[in-house]
Design a protein around this ligand. Sequence first.
Ligand code: ADP
Ligand code: ZN
Length: 218
Amino acid sequence: MKIVLLGAPGAGKGTYASRLKDTYNIPHISTGDVLREAIKNKTEAGLKAKIYMDKGDFVPDEIIIDLLKERLNQDDAKTGMLLDGFPRTIEQAKILDEIIGIKAVLKFDINKDVVLRRLGGRLICKGCGEIFNKHKLPPKQEGICDLCENQLHQREDDTEETIIKRYDLYQNQISPLEEHYKKTNNLHTLDSNIDLSDPECKVLENCKIILDNIKSKL
Ligand code: ADP
Ligand code: ZN
């Protein structure tokens, strides 16, 4: 089950993926996480990528594509994955088509003001990667992960200026991507403006309906 998650920064791709990966027994592969891991390990690719990431710019394709291929070759990705953060451009979508066959694309729509509120308050666990929000989804104990008790931190590129730049870059690229996936795959669009903590929020249920349907046809 090879699934692409599309959505602006803050649309909730990572949060949804962390809830869905165990249900479908496929890994969540985030190119942002892969890059941050490379930075942590001080690899050549990581050090180059950091310069772009800190500014909210796209990392050059030659860096990101090698890292992605390496990750997709690992054993846990043999049967499928929830791919988050790739493709970001039509060129990347065409390259991805050559690497793996995508079964479906889930696109999460979100408004800019919601993004600013969410990412401004985003807290990420240093241990397990679980995502919290200072305002909307606070951890039980301040600064500490509910799941693994490691410390929570804010991402370096979650400043207002960089968030706006990342959002605008996404908006510039999404139309051609949408057109591409309308032609080649089944594209599903979900409204992601309602927070997961809101009882009215049906995004996860809707994702599961779509994914169950795909699974039943495999
Ligand atoms: P967000 O979607 O919130 O901006 P990510 O963690 O997905 O955060 O990505 C963080 C940064 O990593 C991006 O701003 C960009 O610099 C880089 N990056 C991630 N995926 C790609 C990609 N497919 N192509 C180019 N750059 C990427
Ligand atoms: Zn944790």
